[in-house]
Design a protein around this ligand. Structure first.
Ligand SMILES: Cc1ncc(COP(=O)(O)O)c(C=O)c1O
Length: 422
């Protein structure tokens, strides 16, 4: 067992309880650079992807340099080492979300792949007229896979409405559940509004209705402790790259009995027990769902990223980001013409906004010239844009290494937008 203090030292995290943002920043080389004629980089595009700390970059480089080999099938030293590192990451992820067993952790290429895996894995269990419930604030990756099922199978897709603050209307959701509800798939935290959904209540109501639950935790796992047993969900998905880990790797948690009942979706190496031309029997979980050579370095990097976050502590992280959210909300609200979209009572540090009638892309470009990186567009949530009657928003999203100085840089650049466009 690694002690917390060893982990903190390894992660470069503060040993004291006070959150030491400068020590965190020192672990992210990208933040030390200047761009566009000596402007410091102000990275506020964390909901799209986070920067990567040195320990994560190092462990990936070390894997490729020293232990690159295929896992599970090798009888040799390097393969054994890579297998241990890969399976070690699985154990760490299982602990991170409090899965009962590491067999419940399936590595995918990301949240999108994980949701598609659940959708395809349930195709044979669904009948025409069965109902799938999602919300109005889902990312496209939690809309389109279900629409595809709807169009193929004739299942009904129901959408829970949201209010003017961008909050789920829970009473409407509860009324929507019926004996035909088979699957409820909802995000824990909205990537465009920042809303934190009452996900435990959502899961409880779905279970009472006998439905299978999938939680899209892509924006949740870096901002709050997520405990799949306490939530009681059947499935939960997240991506490595939004958690300071590499791109192209993610996690599908599935409750053991659900995974055992679900047929494999991809066939190939590693997912089999025995193959003849007549018949194939499948490997046990989680391997049944991991066909082909995995993203080995990605998984190892994700394991290290999880270790990094655990060392910092999700409590101190949440406190730090709540401070940034409060400060940025107040300062942006003071800029004439700025309208914040997404004003839920429970929010993470994601702020979508518009500046008068300036197009969000123009806002993004002007901010970029000042070294301030934000995202502008529909954020893969076009129905949310429609709900609020805007084509796009600018979105600033804050993370573990951001500071109030970053907020000041954002506000000063937004003020420039106002001045330029009048
Ligand atoms: C809430 C949410 N769900 C799903 C996704 C898709 O994640 P990925 O592109 O890593 O598969 C995102 C990414 O922005 C997201 O924010």
């Amino acid at each position: 067992m690694t002690s917390t203090s060893t982990l903190q030292a390894a992660a470069g995290a503060p040993a004291a309880t006070r959150y030491d943002v400068q020590r965190v920043r020192a672990q992210f080389p990208a933040l030390a650079q200047t761009i566009y004629e000596n402007k410091p980089l102000v990275y506020l595009d964390n909901a799209a992807t986070t920067l990567k700390p040195t320990p994560v970059v190092d462990v990936i480089a070390k894997h490729y340099a020293m232990e690159a080999s295929n896992i599970h099938r090798g009888l040799h030293y390097l393969s054994e080492r890579a297998t241990q590192a890969y399976e070690g990451a699985r154990r760490r992820v299982a602990g991170f979300i409090n899965a009962e067993s590491e067999a419940e952790i399936i590595f995918t290429s990301g949240t999108t792949a994980a949701i598609n895996l659940v959708a395809l894995g349930h195709e044979a269990l669904l009948r025409k007229g069965d109902e799938i419930v999602i919300s109005h604030m889902e990312h496209h990756s939690n809309i389109v896979p279900w629409q595809m099922l709807r169009d193929r199978l004739g299942v009904v897709l129901k959408v829970v409405p949201i209010n003017d603050d961008g909050e789920l209307i829970l009473e409407a959701y509860e009324k929507m559940l019926s004996p035909r509800t088979r699957i409820v798939s909802m995000n824990y935290v909205s990537n465009s509004l920042g809303t934190v959904n009452p996900i435990k209540a959502v899961v409880d109501a779905a279970r009472a209705a006998g439905a299978i639950t999938l939680v899209d935790a892509a924006q949740a796992v870096s901002t709050r402790p997520v405990d799949v047993q306490a939530l009681g969900c059947d499935f939960l998905a997240f991506s490595g790259h939004k958690l300071f880990g590499p791109t192209g790797v993610g996690v599908l948690y599935g409750r053991r009995e659900r995974l055992e009942a679900m047929p494999p979706v991809f066939g190939g190496g590693d997912m089999i027990a025995n193959v003849t031309f007549d018949k194939t029997t499948y490997n046990t979980i989680p391997h049944k769902f991991e066909a082909g050579t995995a993203n080995i370095a990605g998984v190892i990097g994700l394991g290290r990223a999880v270790e990094y976050v655990q060392a910092l502590g999700l409590g101190p992280i949440a406190e730090h980001e709540a401070d940034l959210l409060g400060y940025a909300t107040q300062r942006l609200s003071d800029v004439p013409g700025v309208r914040i979209i997404g004003t839920a009572g429970d929010k993470v540090a994601i702020i979508s906004f518009i500046v008068g009638d300036v197009h969000a892309h123009d806002v993004g470009s002007i901010l970029d010239q000042d070294g301030v990186a934000i995202r502008a567009g529909h954020h893969c949530t076009q129905p949310v844009m429609d709900r609020f009657g805007v084509p796009a928003t600018a979105r600033a999203s804050f993370s573990i290494y951001n500071t109030r100085t970053d907020v000041d840089a954002l506000v000063s650049a937004v003020t420039k937008v106002k001045d330029l466009f009048g």
